[in-house]
Design a protein around this ligand. Structure first.
Ligand SMILES: [Zn+2]
Length: 364
């Protein structure tokens, strides 16, 4: 995931549309050294949470390959301490430190093709030799506290959890629920995932380097989700700054090959950057409609979303797909804290009036 050096916070806190509800987004890497720097600290995180006021529910959206063990632990503790009911959504992947954060949920919801991964803390530690030496002694203690957290959440035997940590265990949503790492499966949502080259998986727009894990193959079960000509409803990351420039991509932005040289899998992957295509795999590059994801990493670009929404009417999309395409683009609008044009109250009224008119005209 691309994060601007200037905005170092790896979290995003905002009020939800519902009163008394707050939202916390943890997309991408959880912390780096800046967690202990000047402005990105546990204190800043806690203060951001406090800004939500006296909320009764906190929705935590996680899509992260993990990161700093101390940060993960601190966030977990702060979420537990927070008085709101915590509703955790695994928006793709909750691996390593991110899985620990997920355990803070009173409910932990996963789309069927989302993944969780747990492993030992020493595989997550990052830093230079001095840092590593300094934290090495703590890692055993940290593992103990991790085991306690997972034990507490799942009710599994301590020995079983240690085995899972040692083995670097990847869990599907079904397995996570069965073992107690999650509480429910959300069938109405699917995670959009695609391979972006060897060892690089893009899950709802967050790029995960699979080579950093010991046993990643299972994660590949989340791959191709693009089907029936319409890309999925899953939300990709909103982490690209809103002013990121946008230009409709050429085939060369994705690959050096010609369309006919591409494998079906590559064609599907490229299609995932668009809002609509008539069939899968797409017959030609030209058949892909309404691009809005950056070719380099699948990130959503605001200007691309707006351009796609504006062209929606001219794209010759069949009526039966239009609703899904609208939902997809609307989910991107929401990532940027906006409503899609057709969701504005005025537009809704206009649409309602229009359909009423049509009903009157056509008699049904
Ligand atoms: Zn999209």
């Amino acid at each position: 995931m691309v994060r601007s050096r200037n905005s170092r916070r790896f979290w995003q806190v905002r009020s939800a549309a519902d009163p008394g509800v707050g939202e916390l987004l943890l997309y991408g890497e959880i912390a780096d050294s800046t967690w202990w720097g000047d402005e990105v600290t546990p204190k800043a995180f806690w203060e951001d949470l406090q800004k939500l006021g006296d909320i009764k529910e906190l929705r935590v959206f996680i899509n992260s390959p993990g990161g700093d063990v101390f940060a993960g632990q601190a966030i977990y503790s702060m979420l537990r301490r927070h008085s709101a009911t915590k509703l955790v959504y695994v928006d793709g992947l909750a691996a390593s430190a991110a899985s620990l954060v997920a355990m803070a949920g009173d409910r932990i919801v996963m789309p069927r093709n989302a993944m969780m991964m747990i492993h030992n803390p020493w595989t997550w530690a990052a830093g230079d030799a001095n840092t590593l030496r300094a934290i090495a002694d703590d890692l055993d203690k940290i593992r103990e506290s991790l085991v306690a957290v997972y034990e507490d959440r799942t009710g599994l035997e301590r020995e079983r959890i240690i085995e899972m940590l040692d083995a670097e265990t990847w869990l599907t949503a079904e397995e996570a629920v069965a073992l107690g790492f999650a509480t429910e499966i959300e069938d109405s949502k699917a995670v959009a995932a695609s391979l972006a080259g060897p060892g690089r998986l893009v899950i709802n727009g967050v790029t995960v380097d699979l080579t950093r894990f010991q046993h990643p193959p299972k994660v590949l079960t989340v791959v191709p989700q693009v089907k029936d000509g319409v890309v999925p409803d899953g939300v990709s990351p909103g982490a690209v700054p809103r002013d990121t420039p946008w230009e409709a991509p050429d085939l060369q932005d994705f690959t050096d090959k010609t369309w006919d040289e591409l494998s079906d899998e590559e064609k599907r992957r490229i299609a995932g950057h668009y809002a609509w295509v008539a069939e899968m795999p797409p017959a030609s590059f030209g058949s892909l409609k309404l691009p809005h994801h950056r070719p380099s990493d699948g990130a959503v670009v605001w200007a691309g979303v707006v351009a796609a929404a504006q062209r929606l009417g001219q794209a010759d999309i069949p009526e039966e797909d239009l609703e899904k395409v609208r939902a997809h683009l609307a989910s991107h609008y929401h990532q940027f804290g906006r409503k899609a044009p057709w969701e504005e109250p005025d537009a809704q009224n206009r649409l309602r009036l229009l359909s009423l008119e049509l009903e009157l005209l056509t008699g049904h």
